[in-house]
Design a protein around this ligand. Structure first.
Ligand SMILES: [Zn+2]
Length: 183
């Protein structure tokens, strides 16, 4: 990876809204955003084309379901140059990943893969965690949905279905996280 690399995550409005909806649920949720890297010298734009939910849980235990994780891995293997951003929600609104178990998790992932990108989402804020070697800065920019966004998103969905089928999951059930009970 080049020195002083700057990465800008281009997040379409619709996916930002989805993430914030997840962050408004009672349960924590975890998933992947799929991007295509578009490098220009020291700036790499990561064009996000789709989202895949991997699991749900609560504050002390949120992890991807094994089957879904394997489907994601198959998708990434079969569909270069897609990469992924590992996101999870904090329904509490707390964005401080330094306080809990998140930091240890992120450090472990980054040690394994320097290009790892983590993301924490609350209803108010999206924070990206990236310490990869040579990475100076990684930021999230919410952009209006690109003209071909719907097409790219549908393409990813079809490839996820394909990956699921190739692993023997004919009908992958939708993940439903518990909604917030409002009084
Ligand atoms: Zn967390």
């Amino acid at each position: 990876m080049a020195q002083n690399l700057q990465r800008k995550i281009l997040l379409p409005r619709t996916l930002e809204e989805r993430l914030k909806t997840f962050a408004g649920l009672e349960q924590e949720t975890v998933g992947a955003l799929f991007y295509v890297p578009l490098p220009v010298r020291h700036l790499v734009r990561l064009r996000v084309d789709g989202l895949f939910m991997l699991g749900r849980g609560h504050r002390y235990e949120v992890r991807p379901e094994d089957a879904r994780w394997r489907i994601m891995e198959r998708f990434l293997k079969d569909n270069p140059p897609y990469g992924y951003i590992d996101w999870h929600t904090h329904p509490s609104g707390n964005i401080d990943y330094l306080a809990g178990n998140d930091l240890a998790y992120f450090k472990r992932e980054i040690a394994e893969d320097p290009s790892f990108l983590g993301m924490i989402v609350t209803r108010q804020k999206i924070v990206t965690v990236a310490y990869g070697q040579g990475t100076r800065d990684t930021s999230v920019v919410v952009v209006p949905n690109p003209a071909d966004f719907a097409q790219r998103r549908a393409y990813i969905s079809s490839k996820i279905v394909e990956a699921a089928r190739s692993l023997g999951h004919e009908n992958l059930p939708h993940l439903q996280a518990t909604r917030m009970h409002r009084t």
